[in-house]
Design a binder for this molecule. Structure first.
Ligand SMILES: [Zn+2]
Length: 396
């Protein structure tokens, strides 16, 4: 893996290029990794993957824990690793233990031997040696070391222990690694700025290719996040990529980008899709305009629309008028509303295509704003446009 920062804007926001050996073209950052279940996006079949913007959609995030109940690590290794097994040789895979969908960290059962996760197969304790056995057989392009992630409300003592364990497991993971691939050193520290700094300093001293800043989305408030993110990123080497887990909403992504994060995951898209929502916020850089809400907007926050709503039953327009995705080019809101009502999985397939496409376009707008040196203006305009709309909708 090669990574280079190309442009900076508003202090820490940055764009870069990530080159993975098997991907035909470099991927621009800040980038979105597509969340997967057992290596494939939840509802998008492999034959529809090429319809997503390329190469932006070529980074997939996997959780090795999904495979624990299936093929043995030896079989995966004999097949030739993840890329061969999934038939996606030109895609990049980033392995992270936690995925917040199926493998939630469960800090009360985590102990000095390993991290505990709530999974569909029950609570599992994953030791560094088990985790690395999976990593070594799967051979992802990028993998993150095992972390002891704790929620924001744990005691200072527990938080300190989580940092100590995460750093110890980092050393263990690196010593057990035989598959190569880029190593992201996990950084935790809960809601303590001092612990986040201590963890970042320890990880920055190690021989890692990049960083995974974890422990977010676990009860901390949006207001305390910038200080926690900056505490870590200010210490990390600029030339190495930084990934974050647990920041999904557009405003949260913008917070992350402002702190110098390069890679984000897309669990937000999965939750939207499952709920029957479609992303519909305007994409237009700092030129975003605020239009008057129409009656069908009531109850929506303009970032997304609820396609289950009866107001869409006879709506023959696409989700977003000028969207170039497969769904908007071929289908109407009325059809997707019907599919949702009759519980056809095609609804989720079409929604995930649109939502992924729309969010990838959002990331593209962020990159363009950074390249133009206008990230702060872009961010302020984006947040204002949503606030203005909510105010207008309340009046209407
Ligand atoms: Zn679309």
């Amino acid at each position: 893996m090669k990574f280079a920062v190309k442009a900076w804007s508003s202090g820490s926001a940055r764009t870069g290029l990530l080159q993975l050996g098997n991907c035909p073209s470099p991927i621009e950052t800040p980038a979105l990794l597509l969340s997967t279940r057992k290596g494939l996006p939840y509802f998008i079949a492999p034959d529809l993957l090429p319809s997503l913007p390329s190469p932006d959609s070529h980074l997939l995030q996997i959780s090795p824990i999904h495979f624990l109940e299936g093929l043995s690590p030896k079989t995966i290794s004999n097949v030739g690793g993840l890329h061969q097994m999934l038939g996606l040789p030109e895609y990049g895979f980033a392995a992270v233990a936690r995925d917040s969908l199926q493998c939630l960290p469960e800090c009360n059962s985590t102990n000095k031997h390993g991290a505990s996760f709530e999974t569909p197969c029950g609570r599992l304790l994953i030791k560094p040696v088990d985790y690395l056995e999976l990593i070594n057989s799967m051979r992802p392009n990028i993998w993150a070391t095992l972390a002891d992630e704790v929620p924001a409300w744990v005691s200072d003592k527990r938080n300190k222990t989580s940092v100590d364990r995460t750093v110890r497991w980092l050393d263990e993971c690196i010593s057990l690694s035989s598959a190569g691939g880029a190593v992201l050193g996990s950084i935790v520290g809960g809601s303590s700025v001092e612990e986040r700094e201590r963890c970042a300093q320890e990880v920055a001293r190690r021989n890692v290719t990049g960083y995974l800043i974890g422990g977010f989305g676990l009860g901390e408030s949006m207001d305390e996040r910038p200080a926690l993110l900056n505490a870590a990123t200010a210490i990390l080497q600029d030339e190495k990529p930084r990934m974050v887990c647990g920041l999904g909403l557009p405003e949260e992504v913008l917070q992350g980008v402002a702190a110098g994060i390069d890679l984000f995951n897309s669990e937000y898209i999965y939750h939207l899709t499952l709920g029957g929502f479609a992303l519909a916020f305007p994409l237009g850089g700092i030129k975003i305009s605020v239009s008057k809400p129409d009656p069908s907007d009531i109850g929506n926050d303009r970032s997304k629309i609820n396609l289950r709503a009866t107001v869409y039953r006879k709506d023959t327009s696409p989700i977003v008028e000028d969207c170039s995705c497969y769904t908007c080019q071929n289908h109407t809101k009325a059809y997707i509303n019907h599919l949702l009502n009759v519980h056809e999985m095609l609804a989720q397939i079409l929604l995930e295509i649109h939502n992924t496409h729309h969010y990838l376009e959002f990331f593209k707008s962020i990159r363009e704003a950074i390249k133009a040196g206008e990230f702060e203006q872009f961010r302020n305009r984006f947040i204002e446009s949503r606030r203005d709309h909510l105010a207008l909708a309340a009046v209407a």
